[in-house]
Design a protein around this ligand. Sequence first.
Ligand code: GDP
Length: 286
Amino acid sequence: MTIQWFPGHMTKARRQIQEKLKLIDLVIELIDARLPLSSRNPMIDEILQGKPRMIVMNKADLADPAVSQEWIVYFKEQGHAALQVDAQTGTGIKDIPVQAKLLLKEKIDRQLAKGINPRAIRALIVGIPNVGKSTLINRMAGRNIAATGDRPGVTKAQQWIKIGEIELLDTPGILWPKFEDQNVGYRLAVTGAIKEEILNVEDVAFFGVKYLVQYYWDTMAERYGLTEKPQDIENPNEIVEVMEAVGRKRGCIVSGGHVDLEKASLVILRDLRAGKLGRLTLESPY
Ligand code: GDP
């Protein structure tokens, strides 16, 4: 479900997270490894008020591993703990409690020095819709706790889920993306984080294909049997020709033999989101 964010909703979401900050030691900021910038909330630093934070790049199974590695270095240089996971299979999630302990080591050591036995580290997961918050909570808990997908209006008592030495709030904090920037909107739509109906599906596919031509041509050419790589990616006609070539290969034809560009766009977006065009990342740190 796509949440429509209005200023009132943002204020409420922000307040809800800030109330939860009082209860926790650490924030797990969940982002999409394919879009490490566009899948972040634009006001995250301000909202978290200096709480220790771990950046967890989810859906790493769909992202370009080399670029993910660059992002991890980048986030670490910014002073954050950063790691990549695949919440669906659980790959990498064992590292979360380990990193959490490292991040809070000084605080824990101080307590130990004073003879205080530190309690479990309490953590909250925050992130924009569809980034995988519920999937991660369920995977970490080893059972179904959080309903996947967002269900606004469903409130229930908060509970702590004990995972080894950390305790996780069972309801994640939901934040809005930075959709004021049109390119951010396109990147989110390409990966399926927001429904493409909000934008024009052909425009979304165009945006994706242009990026693929530039950075991931070989995988796309192989998948669709394309032979002619556009010479000038800034020429929209050349990108549309690629989309039409895919349409012809996939039988997206309307009467008169023309390519149904909308259908071709849907084919491309479906393949891209399912990882059929290879592992790819739409933003690079350098
Ligand atoms: P939430 O809105 O942040 O709670 O997101 P969900 O947990 O509902 O996940 C959104 C979609 O992403 C679902 O279809 C999940 O199956 C999928 N998903 C979540 N984590 C991963 C992952 O690591 N890899 C892949 N491929 N898909 C994932």
